[in-house]
Design a protein around this ligand. Structure first.
Ligand SMILES: *Cc1c(COP(=O)(O)O)cnc(C)c1O
Length: 376
């Protein structure tokens, strides 16, 4: 089946009691153990609502097994700790999502896990590996500069050395990128973003082989970050339109990137779909679409950043991403505020950089809103 069809039909629960075509919400946290292999229990990650969603996600990612978490960070931290323990070394990319970055810097020391940050390219990531490396964590495209890393190169390198690879696939979503099929062991998503898609859910996902997923699930039963039935149902409902939404978001982002790229008050646009973008060729080889996220730097000599963002009427200044509505953030004052100004400048996060999470509105309305605000 194609992805649009999987979004609608993948994993659907067959409701023999009523013949209803949607998965019922099974609220029970107490189930009979007689005549069953194992009673369903939310923290065992085996309830019908959890299984309906994971079956859909596995079909979308081409993976064997999946686990639903109560947040993207629950998924990421549990996945890392399932494969890295005391005495191990973890390689991470320096442009990782802020929460993953600070998980390493705040918590790895007291867990006696060594770690190194590598620049955002496959060569640097592979060079950072030591004899003790058990896990490599990558993310592509990155936040907020949309840097692209060659997934196959990292996966092949790690496989040859028995190192477990983990990717944060949130920005691309399973519609635009399927890293498991490119050789990555563990694929993590913040389901809060594109999967939920309406800025009203918080959840996370791991998909992997049966063996690797079982190892993550075993730790997840102890750490306990499971998702409840109602949230599973809302996520399942959202996933039915995932392909439609992400296809429109990617198309709108392409139009906005081209518009901004031509605009005299915009200095630079970061979007993997732009032919001149450094990561374009690698992105084209591993992504089906270039996604709904883009960033751009405005020319402060012509327009003051704070004034620009306050003049927007349709595009809302808001953190998070992946919703049906277009939102904008200033990474220097939101996600990257904890960094020193020097460090931010070094990696290209200036006070005039904006990140757009492009929604499903009509592109003409979005272009008009940006055009008006850029006039100042
Ligand atoms: C939001 C986000 C996360 C964390 O997800 P939560 O659901 O907020 O815990 C991880 N990675 C990326 C790329 C994200 O955007």
């Amino acid at each position: 089946m194609k992805r649009e069809t999987i979004c609608v039909h993948g994993g659907t629960y067959h409701d023999s009691a009523t013949g209803g075509i949607n998965t019922p919400i099974f609220t029970s946290s107490a189930t009979s153990y007689l005549d069953r292999d194992r009673a369903a229990y939310p923290r065992y990650f085996n309830t019908p609502n959890q299984e309906a969603v994971t079956a859909k996600l596995c079909a979308l990612e081409g993976a064997e097994d999946g686990i639903l978490f109560s947040s993207g960070m629950a998924a990421m931290s549990t996945a890392i700790l399932a494969f890295a323990g005391s005495g191990d070394h973890v390689v991470l990319m320096d442009e990782l999502y802020g929460g993953t970055h600070s998980f390493a810097t705040s918590d790895f020391d007291h867990l006696s896990i060594a770690y190194s940050f590598a620049a955002t390219n496959a060569g640097a990531v592979c060079d950072a590996v030591t004899d003790r490396t058990s896990v490599i964590v990558i993310e592509t495209p990155t936040n907020p500069l949309l840097s692209v890393i060659d997934i196959r190169k990292v996966a092949d390198f790690a496989k040859a050395r028995g190192i477990t690879t983990i990717i944060d696939n949130t920005f691309a979503s399973p519609v635009n990128q399927n890293p498991y099929l490119l050789g990555i062991d563990i694929v993590v998503h913040s389901g809060t973003k594109y999967m939920g898609g309406h800025s009203d859910l918080c959840c996370g996902v791991v998909v992997a082989s049966r063996k690797n997923a079982e190892r993550v699930r075993a730790l997840a039963r102890h750490l306990g970050g499971s998702l409840n039935a109602t949230e599973c149902y809302l996520l399942e409902r959202s996933l039915k339109t995932l392909a439609l939404r992400v296809e429109r978001q990617s198309e709108n982002a392409r139009i906005l990137a081209a518009f901004l790229d031509r605009h005299p008050r915009v200095k630079r646009v970061y979007y993997p779909g732009l032919p001149g973008f450094p990561g374009h060729a690698v992105a084209a080889s591993q992504m089906k679409g270039f996604g709904g996220m883009l960033s751009f730097d405005i020319d402060e000599r012509q327009i003051e950043p704070d004034r620009f963002v306050r003049l927007l009427k349709l595009v809302s200044p808001a953190v998070s991403l992946g919703g049906v509505e277009t939102t904008i953030t200033s990474p220097a004052v939101t996600s990257h505020a904890p960094m020193s100004p020097e460090e931010r400048e070094r990696i290209g996060i200036t006070g005039s950089l904006f990140r757009l999470s492009v929604g499903i509105e009509h592109a003409d309305d979005l272009v008009a809103d940006l055009e008006t605000a850029l006039k100042g």
